[in-house]
Structure formats: structure tokens, C-alpha cells
Design a protein around this ligand. Structure first.
Ligand SMILES: *[C@@H]1O[C@H](CO)[C@@H](O)[C@H](O)[C@H]1NC(C)=O
Ligand SMILES: *[C@@H]1O[C@H](CO)[C@@H](O)[C@H](O)[C@H]1NC(C)=O
Ligand SMILES: *[C@@H]1O[C@H](CO)[C@@H](O)[C@H](O)[C@H]1NC(C)=O
Length: 210
């Protein structure tokens, strides 16, 4: 009798696991801040959603698309994606058994709009010095690299500060002080290491200064 029941329980288990296989066609999504994303998982039986544990951050922005459940497809849609949405999502299907797969969501906000300013300041020994300032918002944190037209690196002389920007983005401000000559060009490069993306602005030391 023991053998029979063992075989049965094995059969039952095999039956169960084959019923509840969950698959994710795309295990990783990289999404731009402010856009919408629909993450998909597939399974072989009908499921029920459980959005009871929804965090307040997601209120009004998360939909589980129900019309596809009959087809064994579960689509989680997030609108107006924010940096805090980044992380690992679990697609868990439970129906007399359970299986799950994970989906990773990465969020990026490119440092597209760079505001630049060039101001003169009184330096030591009466010479005027320049303060070159570049500011932008994005996510995740970017390093700011400075170089001149001859590709000499000035980054070590710059002061870069990180503050909370709008909607969980970083507001990055970098200031380079220099006593350079007129018409020289400088580049500030916002280097988003995680996504290997660079954006930059050019600053030119103006000529007519009294
Ligand atoms: C995101 O979805 C919302 C609601 O469906 C829609 O109003 C908005 O236009 C979408 N945004 C983008 C960038 O597609
Ligand atoms: C960098 O800038 C911040 C804010 O303006 C200032 O408090 C700090 O002293 C500066 N650091 C250096 C090394 O200049
Ligand atoms: C971005 O800029 C940094 C510093 O100038 C450089 O080291 C890096 O290779 C650049 N990356 C890309 C993808 O251009």
C-alpha cells in the first residue's frame, strides 16, 4: 500500500507542477522616468490577482490587465514610472499549487537638459577668475567630468553636489573654478555610469569683460 500511495503522490506532484509553470518572456525592463511599462508573465491556468498589498506609492498607477488572464497571460502595467518603482517584481500564480518568476525593472532619467552659467568672481591677487556651473536632473546619480577643448581633465578641481530634485530625481550641480583665458571652451559631461550614458554642455569663456 505504501508503494501505491507514493506513486500517486508523485503523479499528483508532477501534474501540479506542469499545471502551474510561469514564464516571463522578458525578465528585465529598462524604462524611462515618466513613461509607462507593461510587464508580462505567462502561465497555463487562470489566475486571480492580488493587489491587496499595494503600497501607497503605486496608488492609481498600477493596473493588472484582466482581459488576458483567460489566455494565460498576466500583464502588470505601471504608468508614470518613478525611480522608486525600480526593483524586482514577482509574478506568482497560485491555484492548488504555485509557481513564480521574477522580473527586474530598472528606471532611468537621462540628464538631458543641462543649465549652464559662466560668472566672474574676484580671485586671489586681484585677478578675475571664472566660475563655470552646470546643473541638471536625472536618475541614477551621475558623475560630472570636466575637460577643456584640448581634452585636459579638470574634474578634480570641480565641486559637484547632489540634492533631492523633483519627483525622486537627483539635482546635480557642478562648479568649476578656473583662471583661464578668454574664448577657451570647457565641457561638462554628466556620466550616468549605470546606463553608460553621457550628456554634455559646452561653455565658452566670454571675451568682453571689464
Ligand atoms: C501612459 O498611460 C496613461 C494612462 O493610460 C496615458 O494617459 C499616457 O498618455 C501614457 N503615457 C505615455 C508616455 O505613453
Ligand atoms: C562645494 O560646494 C558646497 C556647496 O556650495 C560647499 O558647501 C562646499 O564647501 C564646497 N566644497 C569645496 C571643496 O569647495
Ligand atoms: C562617458 O564619459 C566618460 C568620461 O568622459 C568616459 O570615460 C566614458 O567612456 C563615456 N562613456 C560613453 C558611453 O560615452
Amino acid at each position: 500500500f505504501e508503494e501505491v500511495s507514493l506513486v500517486k503522490s508523485l503523479e499528483l506532484q508532477q501534474h501540479k507542477t506542469s499545471l502551474f509553470t510561469v514564464e516571463v518572456p522578458q525578465p528585465q525592463y529598462i524604462v524611462e522616468y515618466g513613461s509607462n511599462v507593461t510587464m508580462e508573465c505567462r502561465f497555463r491556468v487562470n489566475g486571480k490577482e492580488n493587489l491587496n498589498n499595494q503600497h501607497s506609492n503605486y496608488r492609481g498607477r498600477v493596473n493588472l490587465l484582466k482581459e488576458k488572464l483567460q489566455l494565460g497571460q498576466s500583464m502588470l502595467q505601471i504608468t508614470n514610472v518613478k525611480p522608486t518603482d525600480a526593483g524586482t517584481y514577482l509574478c506568482l500564480i497560485g491555484y492548488e499549487g504555485a509557481d513564480y518568476k521574477t522580473i527586474t525593472l530598472q528606471v532611468k532619467a537621462p540628464y538631458r537638459n543641462i543649465t549652464k552659467r559662466t560668472v566672474t568672481v574676484q580671485g586671489t591677487a586681484g585677478h578675475s577668475e571664472w566660475e563655470l556651473i552646470c546643473q541638471s536632473e536625472g536618475y541614477p546619480k551621475a558623475e560630472v567630468i570636466w575637460h577643456n577643448g584640448e581634452h585636459q581633465d579638470f574634474s578634480a578641481k570641480a565641486n559637484t553636489t547632489y540634492e533631492a530634485g523633483t519627483d525622486q530625481l537627483y539635482s546635480v550641480t557642478s562648479t568649476l573654478k578656473t583662471n583661464t583665458s578668454v574664448n577657451e571652451t570647457f565641457h561638462c559631461v554628466f556620466w550616468n555610469k549605470e546606463f553608460k550614458e553621457n550628456t554634455s554642455a559646452i561653455l565658452i569663456i566670454p571675451g568682453n569683460v571689464s
